[in-house]
Design a protein around this ligand. Structure first.
Ligand SMILES: [Zn+2]
Length: 304
């Protein structure tokens, strides 16, 4: 939304061209649930940010809806990971240029990126790889250090846009950073028990989490949920489960369990569930913590 001089704004309000705002806080839009959760934590007590990929939708299969487009039109500031993750936002955000501030978190200071995995059971076996070949892995929110960097940048950008609430954003952000440190320490302690235990995941979402907590994922059924794995890939995963002795294959709540049943047939592997993008979780400041603890719960239940 345009920043108008007070007199001009008052005149527009008087003439009915501009509806008076309920409060002065900025209109904030976040792309996906985990990012929305961190921004909502920074904004707690001010207002709730809008969320694009809500409910049980997968960010990997999302198509922008008319309501989303209206939300973006109204926004003062939009937080997203970047084209490496929410490809569906690339064009709509480019069209917004100049109307809203756009914060691409994969370029934010303090956010560490990992290269997209390649080779062996992390490689696409089909030919339609090229179109979405990406060099960086966008699931950067699954590392609490990156979450802290996101919190810091959100607090700084919101404070610059909304001086009146700057102290609130700063206080919320430091409280959130302390909670994220505590979460990280607790996860490290819990997950140490399953450090070397091998497992297979549904899609390649967990690299940041695995690295941080020393977990031993050996492959994914599909690289991205956009493409169905072929028979050859499923066979290769099944062979790998047998030869490497994977204890568990994790499905995800949005995707049908059939593929998991196929790869575990004839192996000793069990099945578990992981929800890396919070499809089953209620939005809000607690989601991020529920998401990370939920991953640890799912891993411990099946691997422990
Ligand atoms: Zn994903």
């Amino acid at each position: 939304m345009l920043r108008l001089r007070p007199l001009v704004a008052a005149a527009l309000v008087a003439s009915g061209m501009l509806a008076p705002r309920a409060d002065a806080a900025p209109e904030v839009v976040a792309s996906i649930k985990p990012i929305h959760s961190l921004i909502a934590g920074v904004m707690e007590g001010v207002r709730e940010p809008d969320l694009i990929v809500a409910g049980g939708a997968s960010p990997h299969l999302y198509a922008l809806k008319p309501l989303d487009a209206r939300r973006l039109e109204r926004a003062d500031i939009v937080f997203w990971i970047g084209p490496i993750f929410e490809g569906f936002l690339e064009k709509p955000l480019a069209a917004l240029a100049g109307k809203a501030e756009i914060v691409e978190l994969d370029r934010a200071p303090g956010v560490a990126l990992l290269p997209a995995r390649e080779g062996g059971a992390w490689e696409e076996d089909e030919h339609h790889h090229a179109a979405s070949a990406l060099e960086q892995d966008g699931h950067l929110f699954l590392d609490p250090e990156n979450a802290k960097a996101i919190v810091r940048i959100a607090a700084a950008r919101l404070a610059a846009l909304d001086r009146a609430n700057a102290a609130r954003y700063a206080a919320n952000a430091s409280a959130l950073e302390r909670r994220l440190d505590a979460l990280d320490a607790a996860l490290r302690q819990r997950l140490a028990a399953v450090g070397g235990v091998r497992f297979v995941v549904f899609h390649d979402a967990y690299q940041y989490f695995e690295r941080r907590y020393g977990l031993a994922a050996i492959g994914s059924i599909t690289v991205t949920p956009e493409s169905q794995p072929g028979a050859r890939r499923l066979q290769a995963i099944r062979d790998k489960i047998r030869t490497l002795g994977a204890r568990c294959v994790f499905r995800e709540p949005q995707f049908e369990p059939r593929l998991v049943d196929v790869v575990i047939s004839g192996t000793a592997a069990r099945t578990g569930v992981l929800d890396p993008e919070g499809a089953l979780l209620a939005r809000g400041p607690e989601l991020y913590f529920n998401l990370m603890n939920g991953l640890a719960d799912g891993l411990m239940r099946c691997l422990g």
